[in-house]
Design a binder for this molecule. Structure first.
Ligand code: PNS
Length: 163
């Protein structure tokens, strides 16, 4: 039983995240999508909203028999991973620009918890420029985000700005 953690802010979840989860499902029996609780960062969606959106969206993807669950965590990722008996951390790498930050985190995490491996996965090319930050930026400036995020995220984002 191989269990991996896919950590992130998921504010909001993008099609790139879903692509990585599906790829991760080919390698692991279980993936815990773990939302970081970060009180210092003002999020577009609350933790509860992000968790609810993720759960709903994950019900619509084909995970090929892999168990995909949603949780949240506070504090050190490696500590949370140990509590969950996880074998690996999955992270997506879109471009070389992601690599330096990801390498730094992976090596720090390895120092803190040598038995925990970080697995980097590349999303489909069509998502190689998609980030939660850019999705929020173009949406807030009035552009369409169709195809970049699941339809539910589009709906929820539009609902928020209409309020
Ligand atoms: O989606 P993000 O914001 O790029 O995810 C970043 C995340 C959650 C993976 C990272 O900030 C993290 O692991 N935070 C938990 C605190 C921690 O363990 N810090 C040390 C990392 S070396």
């Amino acid at each position: 039983m191989r269990r991996a953690i896919f950590p992130g802010s998921f504010d909001p979840v993008t099609n790139g995240h879903l692509d990585i989860i599906q790829r991760g499902c080919k390698l692991f029996d279980e993936i815990i999508v773990a939302i970081l609780v970060n009180p210092e960062k003002t999020a577009f969606f609350s933790l509860e909203e992000r968790s609810e959106i993720l759960e709903e969206v994950l019900r619509t993807i084909d995970s090929g028999g892999c168990r995909v669950t949603v949780e949240s965590f506070e504090g050190l990722l490696v500590q949370y991973a140990a509590e969950r008996d996880a074998h690996a951390i999955v992270r997506g790498i879109r471009a070389i620009s992601d690599y330096e930050y990801e390498l730094q985190m992976a090596l720090m995490n390895r120092r803190l918890q040598p038995r925990l491996e970080t697995v980097f996965m590349m999303p489909a090319e069509e998502y190689s420029y998609v980030s939660s930050r850019l999705v929020k930026e173009v949406f807030q400036l009035g552009a369409s985000i169709e195809g970049l995020v699941p339809p539910l995220v589009e709906e929820r984002m539009s609902g928020k700005t209409r309020k």
